[in-house]
Design a protein around this ligand. Sequence first.
Ligand SMILES: [Fe+2]
Ligand SMILES: [Fe+2]
Length: 145
Amino acid sequence: MNLGMSAVANIQSTALADRNRISRLHGEHAILEARIKDIHRRAYGEWTDLDAVWSQFTEELEAHLTFEERELFDRFLREHPDEEGYIRTLAADHEEIRAAVERLGIDIQLHVVRAEAIDALLGELRQHAIWEAELFYPWLEEAVR
Ligand SMILES: [Fe+2]
Ligand SMILES: [Fe+2]
């Protein structure tokens, strides 16, 4: 894939803290998956600290999604104006993930968590990571190198 020098210059001109954050972004998907599995175990175990683990997960997830939306989608589109449909799909995924999280949060409050709801969220997040790994993360990785 030819990413072009402008993508590299674009990201390199951003603050160092931002660049560090970008380098960690792909790895955050694995962390988020691990959190969901942990939530699943707790929901079907002794429920220990489930509320705390859940709110940590939702904060981390929201930070991840928001950072991509606010800081990166537009930059990606400036480099790949023909990939608007791709970014629209990623953004729509984010909304679906948020909706699934909201539903699951209500289930957790009510102590009626269904395994299918947790599995569905895990599946959506995984599918989203696969989509992002196609173009978006390779572009980022190249850009922060
Ligand atoms: Fe995303
Ligand atoms: Fe992501």
